[in-house]
Design a protein around this ligand. Sequence first.
Ligand code: SF4
Length: 355
Amino acid sequence: MTFKEIDQTRKRLIEWYRRHHRRLPWRETDDPYRIWVSEVMLQQTQVQTVIPYYQKFLQHFPDVKKLANSNLQRILKAWEGLGYYARARNMHGSAKVILEQHAGKFPDSWDVLRELPGIGDYIASAVLSIAFNQPYAVVDGNVKRVLSRLYEISEPVNKSSSYKIFKEVADGLLDRRHPGLFNQALMELGALVCKPKKPDCNGCPVHSRCRANQAGHVDQFPKRIRKPKTPLHNITVGVVYKNNHMLITRRKPEGLLGGLWEFPGGKIGKNESPEKACIREIKEEVNLNVTVDGHIAQVKHAYTHFKIIMEVFSCRYVSGDVKLNGPVDFRWITLGEIDQYPFPKANHKFIHLLD
Ligand code: SF4
């Protein structure tokens, strides 16, 4: 594209955005804290899912100070069900640094932001451009798809090394006078018009500048590499009852589902029955001897890199004192207390069946 064509493309995108963008709660503010919260939530999660979480989160934690001074369990509880819990843990860590080292004022510098836990290239670019109007181009899945079609970029969008290429292209197209508006326009175009399937090229404000559209190749972009099939794990967990209380354990703070509470259990071995695996896993993980009283549910759940089928059993405490091997904490709780604790989504699929 010539300089004039690039300039026209920017103007058309921004004009289209001004007219057609969705009214979303985080677009009603220029508060960097709120924009940060929304952008973190929107990573890996759809807009409609995020809206109620965003509103609830800001009721509990309306500013950096409130977030920094809250305990992690409260934050994880507000995040419960949104997944990718490292995001919540990192926000808590970042809020503490902002409060302690920047007097609670949200940083407006690239170098400072990138030092904070969980703030990568995307979040820093989004917050700085949208809240502070600084010229940083954002690259997310929507942007990559639009750019791959606009410029017929053959680099697969799901290959991590291609990020740099898309970033350079996005940077070249960025409207430096209105970076926040421009970034949002490109992302919104991807979400509403240049969709993965059946993009609405006739309604697209930049169709005359789009190489894939002009060449009739839209269905060939974006390119993707084939990923290996997601593995399936067979899991068993036990709800161990003792005197009308049940045992829950807390996962270690880092890693998958870090800091959340769950029921003890683990992988079912080859040639092992789910019941036997349940008794063995509970002995190994919490040192209790139990018997299996009944089957509560079979739960299927998909994580990003694997899927699980989980057999859930009702177990009766027989003997032993809890000694933790893996989990970092435990509680004997009544069913009425269960809402105080944040659990993974897979556990919520059977918690409502407990009595
Ligand atoms: Fe996407 Fe079609 Fe617009 Fe090209 S013309 S950017 S393929 S919606």
